[in-house]
Design a protein around this ligand. Structure first.
Ligand code: PMP
Length: 420
């Protein structure tokens, strides 16, 4: 049955479709971290909608709020007109996220997806500094629209679109030149190299952990020094927390432990709570220089997403959720390291932070084989990295420990099988 459906996609849908190739099944329903296909096969979800399902599928608390809102004919689409649902979200975001962290930011709704948040940040950085260039880093991923793509360090995604790194430079990320190389000093030298004609950039855009680019982690020291460099040259610091935000690495904002203060912050994916499209761009108040309508779009006010997002923020009302994430992260790290230790011949390496961890396999194609094997065993997992070299474990943050362990046993079996 499913084969027929997949054939229909093949006939009708563009070749660009991708996840339906990695996961050849027709899915019917999902709850929390469990997914069912049409044949009744059951899968454990270690993919979590590429980070859009931090609170799991059909989260019961959000579902109840959403159903009630629909039954009361709550407004669904509103452009950026004022609605009660938006009011409740803004109040909750102020009270639960901004205030306790003493963060002073204005909030904008740039459109439905992560790339819209990035695009808005890049545009605003250009307008507010009067400069053009943006610094992006090696292996970064920021989205698929032209601006976001231009700061994305992935040739495969960029080259066909003819997007040059003309107004973006790909600078070495923390660790890219080896543990001992000082890549911030390298960047500063580039900025001072006026002879080469590199103009002073408007902004630096960076992920604290590269979700798509191979789970490379920026260290606290590197991020602090990057921030200091930005301040020295009047460059704006944009943190792309589209994938690492909303608790993926532990705290609500991934950069919280590092004591940096970004000028702009991009959020999307799990901010909508229920897997509904929603994005935010937070900016320091002094950057709020756009006039009304200078940056707009049709889908900036998805009230169904506001309803779920407001409920999702209740997970952050006290420190309990963050504590649970930390415990599960420790468990995950221990288990992944023990899988690595069981197969020393693979020379695999642990990567990650929080509930975004993975195993990097130097053997070409092995991470993909592991994920394929995992799927056969009922575990949904994707690879990360420009060469798909990392098998990435990204369960919903709400997953219980027993299910997490069960998935990791399936992963261990898949590594054993794929390694032959
Ligand atoms: N930034 C980062 C860090 C991401 O991981 C992604 C999506 N993987 C995006 C931006 C783009 O988000 P979207 O796919 O929702 O446009």
């Amino acid at each position: 049955q499913s084969e027929g459906t997949l054939a229909l996609f093949e006939e009708l849908e563009s070749e660009v479709r991708s996840y339906c190739r990695s996961f050849p099944a027709v899915f019917r329903k999902a709850l929390d971290w469990t997914v069912w296909d049409r044949e009744g096969n059951v899968y454990l979800d270690f993919f979590a909608g590429a980070g859009a399902l931090n609170y799991g599928h059909n989260n019961a608390r959000m579902k109840e709020k959403l159903v009630r809102y629909l039954l009361e004919d709550g407004i669904s689409h509103s452009l950026d007109m004022a609605t009660e649902a938006k009011e409740r979200f803004l109040e909750k975001f102020r009270d639960v996220i901004l205030k306790p962290r003493r963060m002073n930011y204005k909030i904008m709704f740039p459109g439905p997806t992560g790339t819209n948040a990035v695009e808005a940040a890049l545009k605003l950085a250009r307008k507010s500094t009067g400069r053009t260039n943006i610094i992006g880093f090696t292996n970064a991923f920021h989205g698929m629209t032209l601006g976001a793509l231009a700061v994305t360090g992935n040739k495969y995604k960029r080259q066909g679109a003819g997007v040059p790194l003309q107004y973006a430079a790909s600078m070495p990320y923390d660790g890219y030149l080896g543990a001992d190389a000082d890549t911030v000093a390298y960047l500063e030298n580039m900025l001072n190299d006026s002879g080469s004609g590199v103009p002073m950039p408007a902004a630096v855009i960076v992920e604290t952990l590269q979700g798509e680019g191979g789970l490379n982690a920026a260290g606290a020291g590197w991020l602090k020094r990057l921030e200091a460099l930005c301040r020295k040259y009047g460059i704006l610091l944009i943190i792309d927390d589209v994938q690492m935000g909303c608790g993926r690495t532990g705290p609500f904002f991934s950069f919280e432990p590092f004591g940096i203060e970004p000028d702009m912050i991009c959020l999307s994916k799990s901010i909508g709570g229920y897997g509904l499209p929603m994005a935010l761009m937070l900016m320091k108040p002094e950057l709020d220089i756009w006039g009304p309508g200078e940056h707009n779009g049709t889908f900036r006010g998805n009230n169904l997403a506001f309803v779920c997002a407001t409920e999702a923020l209740r997970y952050w009302e006290d420190g309990e959720f963050e504590k649970e994430i930390a415990e599960k992260s420790t468990l995950l790290e221990g288990e992944l390291k023990s899988i690595i230790a069981r197969f020393p011949q693979l020379k695999a390496e642990w990567r990650g932070r929080g509930l975004m961890q993975g195993i990097a396999f130097p053997t070409e194609g092995l991470a993909e084989d592991v994920c394929r094997e995992a799927f056969r065993r009922g575990l949904i997992m994707e690879t990360s990295g420009t060469d798909s070299e990392v098998a990435k474990v990204m369960p919903p943050l709400t997953i219980d420990k027993a299910s997490l362990k069960r998935g990791l046993r399936l992963l261990a079996d898949s590594v054993e099988e794929a390694a032959g």
